[in-house]
Design a protein around this ligand. Structure first.
Ligand SMILES: Cc1cc2nc3c(=O)[nH]c(=O)nc-3n(C[C@H](O)[C@H](O)[C@H](O)COP(=O)(O)OP(=O)(O)OC[C@H]3O[C@@H](n4cnc5c(N)ncnc54)[C@H](O)[C@@H]3O)c2cc1C
Length: 503
């Protein structure tokens, strides 16, 4: 008899789990609270512009990257064009000096040495890390739960040559590394190139390494289009999605998950339930809060989330199409600004000139993203007027900052859109509106080899979202969806199968 699976959430992890489950002969239904697929991987139309949200840096866009095969199996990349950025970031100081973080490490090293001969040794070291990790293949195969001795050995052979350096770069903060540069432009450039996000040196080196091989970029058409391709693959495999329906409870009988209850009281039964949404709400709300493994408890108590972010999109009747393909332009501000409860001395903006789907011909979409304080926005939750006023103030601060760079912009603005952590929380239910999860420390990884995807005392329920595959992100979300189906197939004694749809 065909076994059935219900998946909570049609984000990338839920869609991925759905596709793999359908490929393996399960009858699959996804229940999604929102009216569209994608979850955080989304875009929205405003006054003729497309505000894109997620695929700034999609890993796995070329065959040499470990995630390429997953995107192929999910039908996400067939027939799709990708932009490979020329620059990770172009950083400009107030005095006009420009630090271009080329995606090509040879050009980057040359440029850094030209900017500051006194930092030549450090430029060597930095670009050496990028070259070294360009050859690193993130192991994307079986879940840790199913790895036998031989699998472990095979993985170790791939990882071992990188282990020491990996540990060193994870333990070294960007701030500490940046402080070693003598030239303030290089120092501030390294510190601010990645949205000024506090993190390890590895968090900058790894995306640069990916870009250097042209295996990570931006999908033309944007994030929602990307998610819709996976939804189409799922439906093509026979799956169904019920949109606009919130799951309120995981049903159980005798220690076994038996289905889900919907907000209108309807009960849907299934042999397995996969929760592909926020971890906290799954454990505390969809379950009764009593089945929390110690590692999950630790995650819920963490105050080191990567986000959340405040995102400001501006559509303008300005033709900026001759700009280079940079993931980000970063410029120093004459005076600090305050966004989302934090102070910024450097402003970031992304010009989507490389995607014709984002702005009407001859016009431009500029997008800025700032890591912010959840508490700053949370306190405005019950006060719509104050919330709106703070969004308007945020937009004004950004427009002022942009005026220094694009002189005529104020009079050419046609669209302004501000998304806050409350926006992300409202649309996806993610805790504190976060867009990623957190970066596990080496100490955490020593204690927990992997994050469990089951809960104590309840069989047949699996946890599939980005939360169980930190630090989050699109490939991790897709991967964890695949892992869960591998685990279910193994317990059902089935050989796990995948197929690749044609171009
Ligand atoms: C601004 C921004 C920039 C980003 N940049 C990048 C990037 O450059 N590269 C990268 O790899 N990643 C990036 N990410 C992160 C990436 O988008 C996410 O990590 C990934 O999409 C998470 O997928 P998910 O399926 O785990 O969760 P989600 O996308 O949160 O999906 C969960 C789904 O479950 C639904 N749901 C929740 N509760 C219920 C319920 N009770 N009943 C029914 N449905 C429910 C939600 O509506 C949602 O659709 C970015 C994200 C944002 C927001």
């Amino acid at each position: 008899m065909t076994q059935s699976i219900i998946i909570i959430g049609a984000g990338i992890s839920g869609l991925s789990a759905g596709c793999y489950a359908a490929m393996n002969g399960y009858e699959v239904r996804i229940v999604e609270a929102h009216s569209i697929p994608g979850g955080l991987c989304t875009s929205w139309k405003r006054k003729g512009f497309l505000v894109d949200d997620s695929c700034h840096m999609l890993m796995g866009t070329a065959p040499s990257n470990s995630y390429y095969q997953i995107w192929q199996e999910l039908g996400a990349i067939q027939g799709r064009r990708f932009v490979n950025y020329d620059y990770f970031a172009v950083v400009t100081a107030l005095d006009g000096r420009e630090f271009r973080l080329y995606a090509d490490p040879d050009r980057l090293e040359h440029h850094m040495k030209e900017l500051s001969p006194a930092d030549a040794a450090l430029a060597n070291e930095f670009c050496g890390y990028i070259r070294r990790f360009a050859d690193f293949k993130i192991p994307a195969g079986k879940p840790a739960e199913l790895m036998g001795f031989l699998d472990g050995m095979k993985m170790m052979v791939g990882i071992l040559p990188f282990m020491k350096l990996f540990g060193a770069l994870l333990s070294l903060t960007l701030d500490t590394f940046a402080a070693r540069f003598k030239d303030p432009l290089l120092s501030e450039g390294i510190r601010n190139a990645n949205y000024g996000a506090p993190g390890s040196l590895f968090s900058l080196v790894m995306p640069l390494a990916t870009m250097s091989r042209k295996t990570g970029g931006y999908p033309i058409g944007g994030s929602l289009e990307f998610a819709r391709a996976i939804e189409a693959r799922f439906i093509g495999l026979g799956g169904t999605v019920r949109y606009g329906t919130r799951v309120t409870k995981v049903l159980e009988r005798n220690g076994r998950a038996t289905g889900v209850q919907l907000e209108d009281g309807t009960e849907l039964e299934a042999d397995y339930v996969i929760s592909a949404c926020d971890l906290r709400s799954t454990l505390m709300s969809l379950l009764d809060g009593s089945r929390i493994a110690p590692v999950h408890k630790e995650i819920l108590e963490l105050d080191t989330l990567t986000g959340p972010v405040t995102q400001i999109a501006i559509g303008a009747d300005l033709d900026l199409s001759d700009s280079p393909a940079a993931q980000l332009e970063v410029f120093q501000l004459p005076k600090p600004i305050s966004i989302g409860g934090r102070r910024f001395e450097w402003f970031n903006v992304k010009n989507y000139a490389f995607d014709p789907a984002v702005a009407p011909r001859g016009k431009s979409l500029l997008l800025s993203m700032f890591i912010c304080e959840w508490s700053h926005w949370e306190k405005l939750k019950g006060d719509p007027a104050a919330y709106q006023a703070e969004k308007e103030r945020t937009a004004e601060v950004c427009i002022e900052a942009l005026e220094a760079h694009y002189l005529d912009i104020r009079n050419k603005i046609e669209m302004v859109d501000v998304a806050t952590p409350l926006t992300y929380e409202r649309y996806t239910g993610n805790w504190k509106g976060t867009h990623m999860t957190w970066q596990p420390t080496p100490e955490f990884q020593r204690r927990y080899r992997f994050i469990p995807k089951t809960v104590p005392g309840l069989d047949g329920l699996y946890l599939a979202s980005m939360w169980t595959n930190p630090p989050g992100g699109l490939p991790g979300a897709a991967e964890v969806g695949k892992w869960i189906v591998q685990i279910i197939c193994a317990r059902d004694g089935k050989r796990f199968m995948t197929t690749i749809p044609p171009e």
